[in-house]
Design a protein around this ligand. Structure first.
Ligand SMILES: *[C@@H]1O[C@H](CO)[C@@H](O)[C@H](O)[C@H]1NC(C)=O
Length: 190
C-alpha cells in the first residue's frame, strides 16, 4: 500500500501517542545542600520533572569555603507506573547564570537511578573557564536505567553544581540555577 507523507506523519504521531504515558507521582521531595528546606520543590507536567530552587549556587574564590564549591539537589519521586510500560529519562536541562575568571571551572552533573537498582545514568556539562552570562546546560542520558515494568517505582534525580579555582587560586567563579531544572521522561513498552 502506498501512503502519502502526511499519512506517514499521522501514523508516526499515533505511534508516539501510544507510547507516551502519564507520569503519575504519588509522592515527591527535594533535598540537598543546594536546595535547603523551603527553597526548592519538584513538580511534574507534560512528561517533564521540574525542580525549582531559589538558592542553588556553587562558588569558588579567595576566602570562599571548599564546601561552597560543591552543592547538590536531589529529587525523589514515587511513581505509579502504568502496567506494560517503564520509564527512564532522556535529558536534564539546566539554565544557569555563570561567571568565571580564567582558570576557574564550573560544571553541572546530573544522574538518576531507581531505588534498589545498580544502574545509574549520568552526564556532566562543563563551562569553559573565562565565561560569563546565561547558558543552558544539557545533560543527556542513554537512557540505560529503567523503572520497574508497571507497579511502583522510586526514582532519584541528583544534580550537582561545582566550582573550582584549583588552577587559579586568585580567581573567582560561580554557577547558579536560573529557572527550572527540567528532566524529560521517556517511555517504552516492556
Ligand atoms: C549526588 O551527587 C553527588 C556527586 O555529584 C554526590 O556527592 C552525592 O553523594 C549524591 N547524592 C546522593 C544521595 O546520591
Amino acid at each position: 500500500m502506498v501512503r502519502t507523507h502526511s499519512q506517514l506523519a499521522l501514523l508516526l504521531v499515533v505511534a508516539l501517542q501510544v507510547t507516551a504515558q502519564t507520569l503519575t507521582v504519588t509522592n515527591s521531595g527535594v533535598i540537598g545542600t543546594g536546595c535547603q528546606p523551603g527553597t526548592a520543590q519538584a513538580s511534574v507536567k507534560n512528561g517533564v520533572v521540574s525542580i525549582e530552587a531559589s538558592n542553588f549556587i556553587a562558588s569558588a574564590g579567595p576566602g570562599v569555603s571548599y564546601s561552597s564549591g560543591r552543592k547538590n539537589c536531589q529529587a525523589t519521586l514515587t511513581v505509579s507506573v502504568p502496567s506494560g510500560y517503564q520509564f527512564g529519562f532522556a535529558e536534564t536541562k539546566l539554565p544557569a547564570q555563570v561567571k568565571t575568571d580564567s582558570g576557574v571551572q564550573v560544571s553541572a552533573r546530573s544522574e538518576y537511578y531507581f531505588q534498589g537498582e545498580l544502574t545509574k545514568d549520568q552526564d556532566t556539562s562543563t563551562v569553559p573557564a573565562g565565561s560569563s552570562g546565561t547558558v543552558t546546560l544539557v545533560n543527556s542520558y542513554g537512557p540505560s536505567a529503567w523503572s520497574s515494568c508497571g507497579g511502583s517505582s522510586i526514582v532519584n534525580i541528583n544534580t550537582s553544581l561545582r566550582a573550582s579555582n584549583a588552577n587559579n587560586r586568585g580567581g573567582s567563579g560561580s554557577i547558579r540555577l536560573k529557572g527550572n531544572l527540567n528532566t524529560e521522561v521517556v517511555w517504552r513498552k516492556c
